[in-house]
Write a protein that binds this ligand. Structure first.
Ligand SMILES: [Zn+2]
Length: 213
C-alpha cells in the first residue's frame, strides 16, 4: 500500500533531518546517530533502532497473487516498487514475501511454535553473542565491522563457492557480502552451531532483496 511506503520514507526523512539527499536515509541505518545542523550549531543524537517495515507489491496489492488478478499496469508496479531506493533496500537484511494464507490453514487446529519457545531460542542466541563479544564493547552480531566478520564468520570451501556464485548472479554489493555473513552467523547461533554451515549461508542469501518485477 502506498500509505506504508510514504510512512517509511517519512520516518527515515524525519530521522535524518536532511531533506535533500535520499542517500542519507540509508546511511542513517548504519551510522546509528542522527546529526541536526542549524545556523546555531550542530547536534548529534543516538538513533540506534531496528527498522521493521511492510509494503504491498503494487498499489492494488495483488501483484503475484495466485488467486486474484492485479489490476495495475507494469509501469505502475515498477514505479511503485522503485519508491524505496536500492541503497535503502540493500541495508535491510531480511526480506520476506508473505503469500496469501489458505482457508484450511487459517481454520485448522494446528498451532505454530509458541512465542515463549521462540523467545527462549532468541535469548540463547543472544547469550552466545554476549560471550563472543565480551569485553569488546559489541553487543550482537549486527554490531560487527569487517574485521570482526573476518574473525567470527569463517566459512568452508563449499560456503565460499556458494557465496561467490550468489555475489555474481545477484550482483551483490560489498555491503551485502558482509551483511549475509553476519546474518548467517545469527542463523547459526539460533541453531546452536559453532561454525556457519552451508544451509545457514544459503538461508541468509535468500533473504536478500530482489525486485518482484
Ligand atoms: Zn496491482
Amino acid at each position: 500500500m502506498a500509505y506504508m511506503f510514504v510512512r517509511i520514507q517519512r520516518l527515515l526523512l524525519l530521522c535524518s533531518c536532511r531533506y535533500n539527499r535520499s542517500s542519507d536515509q540509508s546511511t542513517l541505518l548504519e551510522d546509528r546517530v542522527v546529526t541536526i545542523s542549524r545556523a546555531q550549531g550542530t547536534l548529534t543524537f543516538p538513533a540506534n533502532f531496528m527498522l521493521v517495515a511492510a509494503a504491498n507489491p503494487c498499489p492494488c496489492g495483488y501483484y503475484g497473487d495466485p488467486v486474484k488478478e492485479c489490476t495495475c499496469s507494469l509501469g505502475t508496479v515498477l514505479r511503485y516498487q522503485k519508491r524505496i531506493s536500492g541503497p535503502l533496500l540493500d541495508r535491510i537484511d531480511i526480506h520476506i514475501e508473505v503469500p496469501r494464507v489458505d482457508y484450511e490453514k487459517l481454520a485448522g487446529d494446528r498451532l505454530g511454535e509458541s512465542s515463549a519457545k521462540i523467545r527462549e531460542r532468541v535469548e540463547k542466541a543472544r547469550e552466545r553473542q554476549r560471550r563472543r563479544f565480551g569485553g569488546t564493547g559489541l553487543q550482537c552480531n549486527g554490531d560487527m565491522g569487517p574485521s570482526e566478520v573476518r574473525q567470527h564468520c569463517g566459512i568452508d570451501a563449499t560456503g565460499r563457492s556458494l557465496l561467490k556464485a550468489a555475489m555474481q548472479q545477484m550482483q551483490l554489493s560489498a555491503r551485502a557480502f558482509h551483511r549475509i555473513l553476519k546474518l548467517a552467523r545469527t542463523i547459526a547461533d539460533l541453531a546452536e552451531c559453532e561454525q556457519i554451515e552451508t544451509p545457514h549461508l544459503a538461508e541468509a542469501i535468500q533473504y536478500r532483496p530482489r525486485r518482484m518485477v
